[in-house]
Design a protein around this ligand. Sequence first.
Ligand SMILES: [Zn+2]
Length: 177
Amino acid sequence: MKTRDRKGQSDKDNQSGYRKCNAGPRKFKIMISKQWKKIKPKHRGSQLIPPWTDTLYHQFMEKNPFCTLSFKYQHVKMNNSRKKKSPFFHAAAKCTFNGCNAIYTFSKKRNPKSEDKKICFTVKRFGEVTHHKKHRRFRADKYRRRGKIGKSLVYGVSHYYYSMLKQTSTEQIMAAT
Ligand SMILES: [Zn+2]
């Protein structure tokens, strides 16, 4: 009898339906170099510019190729913000695998300087990574249905989801899982 309810990630579970589930590190850093010019917020803007999700996700994939991200929230601190201690940038993304509880936050503490060649973000994972062999990534399905297979699918980032959900705060995402 095969058991599918267990959350264990041993080889036995692997045979019974769970893909070998490597969670990747809980905390790591990613670097954006040339692409930063494209995505950095415009003067007084409080948002990174598309394709910022592709850019961050591409770097994320290098360190963690296991989860597929759908970005839910981003915030860039305004230049004139009085909140001196708040981070320059904060974003949250959720894994789109059915049943996967992983949420990732992307943050950058200090304001980037114009001479910075590399912009560094800290990525943190909350929740456990649980991927089932038979579960497909629903983001990809969504794209197929919408007939938009292309570069976005390769990177797996959906601007559609993002634009739909960009009002959602990190707290709401956390509460929903
Ligand atoms: Zn996942």
